[in-house]
Design a protein around this ligand. Structure first.
Ligand SMILES: *Cc1c(COP(=O)(O)O)cnc(C)c1O
Length: 424
């Protein structure tokens, strides 16, 4: 059914026809000692550095050097409101309204802060549902929230698991969990795009199922932001959080995004952990005011933020704004489809793609399961400067990122994979 073709010529031609191909030149691509570009497939782990990032950070260093504390108001991009320069672009990327989004804190911190507000268990309705393959940090966050509220973490945690012999989650199984235990469940905290399998779940459906049993619904979008188009507002989920150093290319450990649905924006009864940055901007510096929380997502900020990290996020978001998520996603589907086609053409039973084959149920990542958990395959790829990521127990994750990976990258990667598989 696919229109893809084999051979290097085809790959080169696709790159020539690709209207987004020039964006690759806007990134630093790591090189081997002969000066050849690495084949970098781990933008799902740490995105590459835009060449413009340095300029954005330098601006803030210069303003700090020249203005000191006056930079809060006098900098070219005044630090007092720096996060506001990011909000509209960030909201657009995840399909949210500006009042629903802020860049603040880091991902796991945001999950905790959001659970302080949206995980309000009672003696009988207190359980939390996560995916069985949830990212460890999310699992630890949820376990410790349960314990913080005096519950047994094992007893309070419900795992939504793939069926025996399967790798992917089925929405009907979440439905069954809610049907059977919904009255005891307070919160669903689900990875919108699973970090391990690359499965992109139907957020709207999850929200509807959760809400039908009066559960709060939170989404971790670490693998979604800048990758898929989650349409957070329309999905109806209550809250979400994501980091910006994966597909959003803002640098190691950079700040995170936070989404709170508009329906909660003006609810002053929500419990929260607050700081001075949660407080009304117009009276923030009248140091003796009672707390007056900002409506919407900004009310979950705590501290004045690290501007250098914000500057790197601005560099990235300006680029995403320029490209537009629609055209990026269109290229992504084509590029990952091509990757899948080439792997399937290898017809090698030592490897198997576990990511959904439906492009609407995945982002750009393909997770390749390796028979007998043979790690040497990943090792040999790395030695050839093909950067992928090994995840226990038996998966190589590869993300052709549409902003900077080319069809030729994908072609060369699969050629090497074939060579290695043939050797072993
Ligand atoms: C990358 C990732 C994290 C990392 O959390 P930090 O707080 O940024 O260190 C957490 N959860 C998921 C699902 C991730 O993919």
């Amino acid at each position: 059914m696919s229109n893809y073709k084999l051979g290097l010529e085809y790959a080169k031609q696709q790159d020539q026809n690709d209207t987004l191909a020039s964006y690759r030149n806007l990134f630093h691509i790591p090189k081997d000692k002969h000066g050849n570009d690495w084949l970098y497939f781990t933008g799902n782990s740490l995105g590459l550095q835009p060449k413009s990032t340095q300029k954005y950070i330098q601006q803030e260093l210069d303003d700090w050097a020249n203005l000191g504390v006056e930079g809060h108001f006098e900098a070219k991009n005044p630090w007092m409101r720096y996060h506001e320069f990011l909000t509209v672009s960030m909201a657009k990327l995840v399909g949210a309204k500006p009042i629903e989004v802020v860049i603040t804190n880091t991902l796991t911190t945001n999950l905790h802060l959001l659970m302080v507000s949206f995980y309000q268990p009672t003696k009988t309705k207190y359980k939390i549902v996560i995916e069985s393959d949830a990212f460890p940090s999310d699992r630890y966050a949820v376990q410790t929230q349960l314990e913080f509220h005096g519950f047994d973490a094992n007893e309070g945690l419900i795992e939504w698991k793939p069926r025996q012999g399967e790798e992917l989650l089925r929405i009907e199984d979440l439905e069954s969990i809610l049907k059977e235990q919904g009255d005891e469940i307070a919160l669903l905290l689900i990875g919108g795009v699973n970090y391990y399998t690359g499965q992109y779940l139907d957020l709207k459906h999850i929200a509807e199922l959760g809400h039908s049993k009066s559960c709060m619904v939170g989404i971790d979008l670490a693998h979604g932001a800048g990758n898929i188009q989650p349409e957070l507002h329309d999905s109806g989920v209550d809250f979400a959080a994501w980091c910006t150093y994966k597909y959003l290319n803002s640098g190691p450990g950079s700040l995170a995004g936070l989404f709170v649905h508009e329906k909660h924006a003006h609810n002053r009864d929500l419990k929260r952990f607050a700081g001075w940055w949660s407080h009304n901007k117009s009276t923030r510096f009248n140091m003796r005011q009672p707390l007056d929380v900002i409506p919407g997502a900004e009310g979950w900020q705590l501290s004045n933020p690290p501007i250098l990290s914000m500057a790197a996020i601005k560099a990235s978001l300006d680029m995403f704004n320029d490209v537009g998520m629609d055209s990026l996603r269109a290229k992504s589907k084509k590029l990952t489809g091509y990757f899948e086609f080439l792997i399937n053409e290898l017809k090698n039973d030592k490897i198997k793609i576990i990511t959904p084959s439906n492009p609407d149920e995945r982002g750009c990542q393909l997770s390749i399961q390796v028979k007998d958990a043979d790690k040497s395959l990943h090792q040999k790829l790395t030695e050839a400067h093909i950067i992928t990521d090994w995840r226990e127990p038996d998966v190589i994750r590869c993300a052709p990122v549409p902003l900077y990976n080319s069809f030729e990258d994908v072609y060369r990667m699969v050629e090497k994979l074939k060579e290695i598989l043939d050797e072993t």
